[in-house]
Design a protein around this ligand. Structure first.
Ligand code: KDG
Ligand code: MG
Length: 405
């Protein structure tokens, strides 16, 4: 007999940072887990799920994953946007989890099976000074990673997003009633970043892959200058070098530099990246599997990218939960045009709530062979970590104008 969805519940918890988790339970007693975390906007997506999505799911066949996606996307008239698409993505992840558990298969086997044995990953190194950054890079390499994102401070600035003084990792959002405000100076950054990355290249030699994230801060011509200045460093990629609302901007950058470009961690549908991919303005597409509507929609992005020799490199920060990380790994394993997977890592307390079976050894990831996605959630533990408000920072130029960061 056809199984049916009995309930859909939303759990907001904060084991180390805030996460929004969706639990779908079927009449046959199968539980599927989804992640709907949107950093700094957790309660908005929780409400969208509880008030508008969960009631639509009850009584549906959980095996009809694509139909459910179409219903939640096309059926509501309002299109796209981070809150809507994260909510749809979480339902999609939970339904793939249920499908795998019903069939006794890891999700990657339902996506055509593995096309590789393991998944190349990178993680973050940060240091305020070049010397501190070298130490942080060494620490990452000592864990076996062969690809590392390197971020440093900027002389004359007090703080820089993504870099904490004296720490080797950072948490993107900070707790509090309102966002922290930082001062940003693109000219100072443009003078300093090539010095930093050249020093790191010299330090690690030519075989280690170096990545750098500009967090959308630069104007197109500044982005082009940076790409050009960094050419001798031979980066694996330069990420989010300018904002992507105006996608013509990326063509300008592209015309001036052969440094590979990665973009798209804030994208949530194929429509956000279609022109960048078909125009070959980027080399890596970075949307997170959950923020881009789940496995069902992300695999369409991946296939479009394959036609244009763009590689897939999913966003994997600490602000998507281990459920999204696992879903990403299942899709990565079955995606021929995968470039690399980001694995920022989690505070150790996160594993008290999310019990994952995916593995990371010597910088290589594997989703594991447990049926479904391979992540279970301890609800009693989640209740011990209540939500507490947290925001990404805001950046202002020296004259006080709010700017991109
Ligand atoms: O929520 C924002 C973070 O996920 C983002 O700033 C991290 O840029 C990031 C990255 O590349 O992981
Ligand atoms: Mg980024």
């Amino acid at each position: 007999m056809t199984d049916r969805i009995r309930s859909a519940e939303v759990i907001v918890s904060s084991p180390g940072r805030n996460f929004v988790t969706l639990k779908i339970l079927t009449e046959d007693g199968i539980v599927g887990w989804g992640d709907a975390t949107v950093n700094g906007r957790e309660l908005a997506v929780a409400s969208y799920l509880r008030d508008h999505v969960a009631p639509l799911l009850i009584g549906r066949d959980p095996a009809r994953i694509e139909d459910c996606w179409q219903l939640l996307y096309r059926g509501v008239y309002w299109r796209r946007g981070p809150i809507t698409m994260a909510a749809i993505g979480s339902v999609d992840l939970a339904l793939w989890d249920i499908r795998g558990k019903t069939l006794g298969q890891p999700v990657y086997n339902l996506l055509g099976g593995a096309v590789r044995d393991e998944i190349l990953s990178y993680t973050h190194a940060t240091g305020w000074s070049i010397e501190e950054l070298k130490d942080s890079v060494d620490e990452v390499l000592s864990r076996g990673f062969r690809a590392v994102r390197a971020q440093s401070g900027v002389p004359g600035l007090e703080t820089v997003y993504g870099v904490h003084r004296g720490e080797t990792s950072y948490e993107p959002a900070s707790r509090g009633a309102s966002p922290i405000e930082e001062v940003w100076d693109s000219r100072a950054y443009l003078r300093h970043a090539p010095r930093v990355l050249s020093a790191i290249r010299e330090h690690v030699g030519e075989e280690i892959e170096l990545l750098h994230d500009a967090h959308h801060r630069l104007r197109p011509i500044e982005a082009a200058q940076l790409g050009k200045d960094l050419e001798p460093v031979k980066l694996f990629w330069l990420e989010d070098v300018t904002t992507a609302e105006n996608q013509e901007a990326l063509r300008l950058v592209r015309e001036h530099t052969a440094t590979p470009l990665a973009l798209g961690e804030v994208f949530n549908t194929i429509w956000d990246c279609k022109d960048l991919i078909t125009g070959q303005s980027i080399d890596f597409i970075r949307s997170s599997v959950m923020h881009a509507g789940g496995i069902s929609h992300s695999r369409r992005i991946n296939d479009l990218a394959a036609l244009w020799q763009v590689q897939v490199a999913p966003h994997g920060p600490s602000d998507v939960s281990p459920i999204t990380m696992a879903a990403s790994l299942h899709l990565d394993l079955a995606t021929p045009n995968l470039g690399i997977q980001e694995h920022m890592g989690y505070p150790s307390v996160t594993s008290e709530v999310f019990h994952s079976t995916y593995t990371l050894a010597d910088g290589m990831l594997h989703p594991g062979d447990a049926p479904g996605l391979g992540v279970e959630v301890d609800e009693a533990a989640a209740a011990r970590f209540p939500y507490s408000r947290a925001y990404l920072p805001v950046a202002r130029r020296r004259d006080g104008t709010v700017t991109d960061w």
